[in-house]
Ligand binder design. Structure first.
Ligand code: GLY
Ligand code: MN
Ligand code: MN
Length: 538
């Protein structure tokens, strides 16, 4: 008997042991997500509710979907990585008809043995309670019985729908959940989130500032044929009469009063929260960045002119996987020669990179957090004088941009200094004759926030500590450019991920060589892939 009990115990322990090793254990903790929800609640207006939906599943072809990826806001606030879910956060505690109290709710995919056999495990209600720390959890099918009247709130905030979801089998997929929400929230068929936001611009401005707001609105209306038909917006933009502007403002206030649907409250809250990272987030983000830097190093060692763009991509991504990074944070960009001039070149199908520069912009995504690192290296290991001349301008621009990434500086600071260095450098080489022409060769921004999204959310206000941004100047000279042909086909971008701290900027991707000398030295190093020879196939 004892023997039987011991062997059962051993079996349980073994299975527990195997279980605990089955998945990584360094995800964000349930408490992180809970704290974030509490912060959201603290920033919500009184008597308001936030309703957020999981990302949609997207079809790739026939019965195959793209690999599912959770919406980053939803993930940030829940840790839930499955589709077909709803998160509801209330500004104040609610009570249902049975007397249960709650200030947040999560609707999840119902457990389903058959679906799980085919498509993987679901957390279900119990899993969401145990692993994610939610107290009030229902199956998605119960969303139809939502126990609170949405019309009783002054503000119902949500992200407007992209209309990129499909009605699937069953009654609790995203399509059904959103349909239910629209009915319960009295969502009008002609709801226009942009129009709402423009109305809000008017109602939240002072009459003294209304002329400036009218000017900004005018630019919006010019670019939006739909909004051009809105009489109130048009009148506000076209009148010079402050009295009329005030009248329109009052009318809009009444319209807003009668309508509790809102898309800006949650949007502003998420931008504020996600702009700065906690230490827990920084740990994962730094890991994603270091993995990506190692990818660049391994490719520098392995690179030779006979490699294809696809193969180079594969080496980076192999390194990502080797470290347990689940995804690439965005489609990998590997462009040899002229292909580097296409800013988001993702075909990556040139069979041989030859003696050109190769621009490689890749980021590992580790537990949700993505890196964004670019290196540009000569496929044969040595920069030509022309390549080096352009490279050094970009390098100096990046150095200036990184130095400008300090607490309190405007978000635009790195871009301003980097652009000035690029313009001066191109003028010195005779490639352009005045500063205004620099935009032709450096046509993108210098910085964006980095985090759960590669182009992460933030307020674009002055830099705060614990913000991570990219600094990524570039120069791209396509064939046929109005300059000496010797520059044609040179494309250089250098991109690093910079942590802004009270002590100054910290380059989190510094491990990957950045100067021409350091890159050339690294490219002389042997690579383990030198001996990785596969059989020839027809
Ligand atoms: N990899 C996209 C970007 O650099 O913004
Ligand atoms: Mn970037
Ligand atoms: Mn990039």
């Amino acid at each position: 008997m004892i023997k039987v009990m011991l062997s059962v115990l051993a079996l349980v322990l073994v299975s527990l042991g195997v279980r605990s090793q089955e998945v990584p254990t360094d995800f964000l903790a349930a408490d992180f997500h809970k704290e974030r929800r509490n912060l959201v609640r603290g920033m919500m207006p009184p008597n308001s509710v936030v309703v957020l939906f999981a990302n949609s599943e997207r079809n790739r072809a026939n019965d195959v979907d793209y690999i599912y990826h959770q919406d980053p806001d939803f993930y940030y606030l829940t840790g839930y990585r499955e589709p077909n879910a709803v998160l509801v956060i209330f500004s104040e505690e609610q009570t249902d008809a049975q007397g249960n109290t709650f200030d947040e709710m999560l609707y999840v995919q119902e457990r389903d043995a058959r679906a799980e056999q085919w498509n993987g495990k679901r957390l279900g209600i119990e899993g969401a309670k145990e692993q994610l720390g939610f107290e009030t959890v229902y199956n998605g099918g119960d969303f139809a019985d939502f126990p609170v009247d949405l019309s009783s709130f002054d503000t119902v905030s949500f992200f407007d729908f992209q209309n990129d979801y499909r009605d699937k089998r069953g009654t609790a997929d995203l399509f059904d959940l959103i349909k239910t929400f629209k009915i319960k929230a009295n969502y009008p068929a002609d709801f226009d989130a942009t129009k709402q936001q423009l109305y809000k611009m008017i109602t939240s401005t002072t009459i003294e500032n209304s002329a400036n707001v009218a000017q900004t609105l005018g630019r919006y209306l010019n670019n939006s044929p739909n909004l051009k038909n809105d009489v109130l917006l048009n009148d506000f933009v076209n009148t010079k009469d402050e009295g009329l502007r005030n009248e329109i403002k009052q009318q809009l206030l009444m319209i807003q009063e009668a309508n509790n649907l809102d898309t800006s409250v949650i949007s502003e809250i998420m931008a504020t929260l996600r702009e700065t990272k906690t230490q827990e987030e920084l740990k994962l983000l730094k890991k994603a960045i270091e993995i990506s830097a190692v990818g660049q190093i391994e490719v520098m060692k392995a690179m030779h002119p006979n490699m294809s763009e696809t193969e180079i991509q594969g080496v980076h991504e192999f390194v990502f996987k080797k470290y347990g990074a689940e995804y690439e944070g965005y489609p990998s960009i590997v462009g040899g020669g002229h292909n580097g001039c296409i800013l988001h070149y993702i075909e990556n199908n040139k069979p041989k990179v030859g003696n050109d520069l190769v621009l490689m912009d890749l980021g590992a995504e580790y537990h949700g957090y993505t890196a964004d690192v670019t290196r540009t290296i000569p496929a044969n290991g040595q920069f030509t004088p022309e390549q080096k001349a352009i490279y050094d301008i970009v390098y100096n621009a990046q150095e200036a941009g990184i130095a400008a990434s300090v607490v309190g500086a405007p978000f635009q600071a790195p871009g301003r200094v980097a652009s000035a260095v690029v313009a001066q450098g191109l003028m010195d080489l005779g490639i352009i004759s005045n500063e205004g022409e620099a935009r032709t060769y450096f046509p993108h921004g210098t910085s964006h926030y980095l985090g759960l999204d590669v182009h992460d959310k933030g307020t674009y206000g002055p830099f705060k500590p614990n913000t991570v941004i990219t600094v990524e100047p570039g120069i791209y000279i396509p064939e046929g450019s109005p300059c000496d042909e010797k520059w044609w086909g040179i494309a250089v971008r250098i991109e690093d991920d910079i942590l802004i701290t009270e002590e100054g900027p910290v380059n989190l991707s510094a491990m990957a060589p950045r100067t021409t000398a350091a890159i050339e030295a690294m490219m002389l190093q042997p690579s383990p892939l030198d001996d990785f020879v596969l059989p020839k196939l027809d």
